[in-house]
Design a protein around this ligand. Structure first.
Ligand code: GYE
Length: 374
């Protein structure tokens, strides 16, 4: 089953590649139609090799489990834990999968090794959450040569398009939303000067790049000062360490702290507590985070965190759908975006406009908190 299916999937990957970046469903249809005339050879090969029963069936239809290798970033944050748990639940034996899960511990070389091991093991599918956004073309070419479809999840790969689909979030939009909210909030509060400190996520991660760029775009437009922007590695310890040094270097000079994930915000709060800096709704410093895990939303409800910009970690069910589409010989969309929300402590900014689109700011109440899925 594996080999015949793989041949078909190479054809599907070719089709998906034709769709290119920004390919939505409207784009996907003509691309698939185009490929029917453009790539008859692959399709014919699949037909010759799989004449009988397998090609349009789900891979598990004959009782075999679908073998999936998942090269996960690591275990640096609550977001990551939620994403891993979701993948382990979705890709379970109960659901027809055999999952090989590798925690790459934020080590890019280890992640490339993990993917190459998956090729050696002749996996049916490979899922990659890329630690960094570049350096991927060679290994993705190897996956393609081996006929193993790759689905990219969460962070993006920016120097190769040799994968079937990417499922994740628009990190630049998250950064823009954070900036737009801060601009509207400062205006509503009569704060005329912004002196911001940024605690970035891991260097080279597309989540870091997008959030940094998006926020900076608004900061430049508004004439804010970004006093410093350093790598907190998406961890609580990293956030604390960076904030400890900021509290020394910029004592009394900052009124905003942007943490690129929740865990960094927890660390930054510990550091500010120790330095006697007050933050949140009743404090001197506005502090925000990205991710919006439940403990962070609780802090927003408590007024300790002014706002949090959601990044949804539950992409695995969508990856499952992508795999099912591939198994049925369909062409999944090249880019699939997760829905997200922006949450704030005070009810003074009802909405913001991001990329020309009005988006609500959710005022966090007990009900909002109770309904959070992760
Ligand atoms: O924000 C952070 C995690 O890639 C979007 O990685 C993800 C980020 C997330 O460690 O908490």
């Amino acid at each position: 089953m594996k080999k015949k299916l793989a041949l078909m999937l190479v054809a599907a990957m070719t089709m998906a590649t034709v769709v290119g970046c920004g390919g939505g469903s409207e784009d996907a249809a003509p691309a698939a139609a185009e490929t029917e005339t453009e790539a008859p050879a692959d399709t014919a090969a699949a037909e010759t090799e799989a004449p009988a029963d397998t090609e349009a069936e789900a891979p598990a239809a004959d009782g075999e489990l679908i073998r999936v290798g998942f090269a996960q970033v690591g275990h640096e944050s609550d977001w990551r834990t939620a994403a891993t748990q979701s993948a382990q639940t979705v890709f379970s034996a109960e659901n027809g999968y055999e999952l090989s899960f590798v925690d790459c511990d934020n080590d890019s070389a280890a992640q490339l090794d993990a993917v190459r091991n998956f090729i050696q093991q002749d996996m049916d599918y490979i899922i990659i959450d890329p630690i960094v956004s570049t350096g991927w073309d060679a290994v993705l070419t190897e996956c393609e040569d081996a006929g193993i479809p790759v689905v990219v999840i969460d962070r993006t790969i920016d120097d190769s398009d040799k994968y079937v689909s990417w499922v994740g979030s628009d990190f630049k939009v998250e950064g823009l939303a954070c900036g737009e909210w801060l601009a509207a909030y400062a205006k509503a509060k009569g704060i005329s000067e912004i002196n911001a400190l940024v605690i970035e996520g891991s260097t080279g991660a597309s989540a870091t790049i997008g959030r940094t760029d998006g926020f900076k775009e608004i900061a430049d437009r508004e004439g804010w000062t970004i006093l410093d922007s350093q790598d907190g590695d998406f961890t609580e310890a990293g956030g604390q360490e960076v904030m400890e040094s900021y509290c020394q270097s910029y004592a009394g000079q900052f009124n905003v702290v942007i943490c690129q994930n929740d865990n960094e915000a927890y660390g930054a709060m510990t550091a500010m507590d120790a330095a006697g800096v007050t933050y949140g709704v009743d404090g001197d410093v506005i502090i925000v985070s990205f991710d919006s895990n439940k403990p962070a939303v609780q802090l927003v409800l408590d007024g300790k965190l002014n706002a949090t910009f959601e990044c949804n970690p539950l992409a695995a069910p969508t990856v499952d759908e992508v795999i099912k589409q591939l198994a049925a010989g369909e062409t999944p969309e090249k880019e699939i975006y997760m829905a997200e929300a922006w949450l704030a402590s005070e009810d003074i900014v009802p909405s913001i406009t991001v990329n020309g689109e009005e988006q609500p700011i959710i005022h966090v109440t007990e009900d909002v908190l109770a309904n959070r899925a992760y």
